[in-house]
Design a protein around this ligand. Structure first.
Ligand SMILES: [Zn+2]
Ligand SMILES: [Zn+2]
Length: 290
């Protein structure tokens, strides 16, 4: 906990242009910590493993194979309200404060709205039906906040799934939990003397999973000649992996000890700008405006 806060502080000290977005994420993370997910009381409260494993083997993400459950949706809805309230109190910008106040107003008028928003974002990844009830509220802001709430509410399920994946490898280019595309890659040494492995991190629910070390997760391209790397002089622990076939890029962290902040996606916003300037496009959800 303190570790995360310290990592963020050090990270932003070296990259002061990230201060505003770091403030936003600090407030969100604090709301998740203050409202931690209850651990399932027994195995029966968790995932029924056998059918889940069968679906995972076929490439069906866990949340497409099993119902998320009312407890998770209710917890995420509570987190969404807590985050909104926290951002009304402490926002890095007036714009965010405005979005948060409008959302809070709508939630106060319609008690069922946070739950409906969470259920729809979980089901479709975005908001269509909920839009009307939200009125003037910025859709992108609410989708971003809802995924943040879901990442907190899904933590117990992520731990269960990580255990299942130890035996039943996934190794696909999309998230084994929610089915969305990765936002980050992480290259790390498994054991001394052995080569490196790569994990991907979901851009929506923040689940992490193992993937092949070389290859584009967005189009499955493994032609080495079409896969390149953009290195950054002032960021030796980061790089951008690009694919000439689908023109996508994957921001990758290669360091050690700063995973909490380095893999958070918002913390490497400057890499998105570099990739965009070089003509590559971000695949999957974009949670930030560039
Ligand atoms: Zn996911
Ligand atoms: Zn590709």
């Amino acid at each position: 906990m303190g570790d995360r806060a310290a990592q963020i502080k050090d990270w932003v000290k070296e990259r002061p242009y990230l201060e505003e977005i770091a403030g936003l994420h600090e407030t969100i993370a604090a709301a998740i910590e203050e409202n931690a997910a209850p651990e399932p009381e027994s195995d029966s409260a968790g995932v029924d493993q056998a059918p889940a494993v069968e679906e995972l083997k076929k490439g069906v993400p866990l949340l497409r194979a099993v119902e998320a459950g009312e407890a998770i949706i209710a917890h995420a809805a509570g987190l969404l309200e807590a985050m909104t309230a926290a951002l009304v109190k402490a926002s890095p910008t007036e714009e965010i404060k405005g979005h948060a106040s409008r959302a809070q107003g709508a939630f106060q008028k319609q008690a069922a709205l946070p739950g409906q928003v969470v259920a729809e974002v979980l089901e479709t990844g975005t908001l269509q039906q909920g839009k009307e009830s939200l009125g003037e509220i910025d859709e992108g802001f609410i989708v971003f906040l809802t995924w943040s709430a879901l990442s907190g509410a899904l933590e117990p399920l992520q731990r269960q799934l990580a255990e299942l994946l130890e035996e039943h490898t996934w190794r696909r280019g999309y998230c084994p939990l929610c089915g969305h595309l990765p936002a980050m890659g992480y290259l790390f040494h498994t054991e001394r003397g052995k080569g490196r492995e790569r994990d991907l991190v979901c851009g929506c629910c923040r689940m992490r999973w193992r993937y092949k070390r070389i290859g584009c997760p967005y189009c499955d391209n493994t032609e080495q000649g079409q896969l390149n790397i953009i290195g950054l002089d002032d960021e030796p622990e980061l790089r951008i992996d690009t694919c000439d076939r689908c023109k996508a890029y994957l921001k990758t962290y290669m360091g050690e000890g700063k995973e909490e902040v380095a893999l958070a996606d918002w913390s490497t916003l400057h890499l998105d700008l570099v990739a965009k300037e070089k003509g590559f496009k971000r695949s999957g959800h974009r949670m930030y405006t560039l």
